[in-house]
Design a protein around this ligand. Structure first.
Ligand SMILES: [Cu+2]
Length: 146
């Protein structure tokens, strides 16, 4: 019985996610997305970008994923006792009609366990998940920077 229901459920999920995805794309704009290049063998990379919310409601980003990485966490670098430490964040808030910039020494995506060696100039697909169940997909370019 289970096997008869599953295809229908799957189809519904596909249809619904297609609809909400385009809605989310209109809400949250991602620009200047880049990942800082690191020496070969480094298994953790940092991703940065500008997030723009043109809408009247705050947007919460609760998770991120990429087909090219095993796991992505939301991090913020904070100074504690003169030492820079990274703290995992439950979400990033992009206020209504405002921007949130993910930048070195501040908020970033901590991209772990690359599945293939990424090289300068590579474009990595990243998906941000919002708390309303929608998501926004974009490409981040691997480059050098500070
Ligand atoms: Cu980090």
């Amino acid at each position: 019985m289970k096997s008869k229901i599953r295809p229908l459920v799957l189809l519904c999920i596909v249809l619904i996610s297609g609809a909400v995805q385009s809605q989310a794309a209109n809400r949250l704009r991602v620009t200047d997305a880049w990942i800082r290049a690191a020496p070969p063998g480094v298994m953790v990379l940092a991703g940065y970008m500008t997030l723009e919310n043109p809408g009247p409601e705050d947007i919460k980003i609760t998770a991120a994923e990429s087909p090219q990485f095993g796991m992505i966490e939301l991090h913020r670098t904070v100074i504690e006792d003169d030492v820079a430490r990274m703290r995992r964040q439950p979400y990033f808030l992009v206020p209504a009609e405002a921007q949130l910039v993910l930048a070195p020494n501040d908020r970033h995506l901590m991209m772990m366990m690359p599945k293939l060696a990424v090289q300068l100039g590579d474009k990595v697909t990243v998906r941000l998940k919002l708390d309303d169940g929608t998501s926004v997909e974009f490409k981040a370019i691997l480059r050098e920077g500070h």
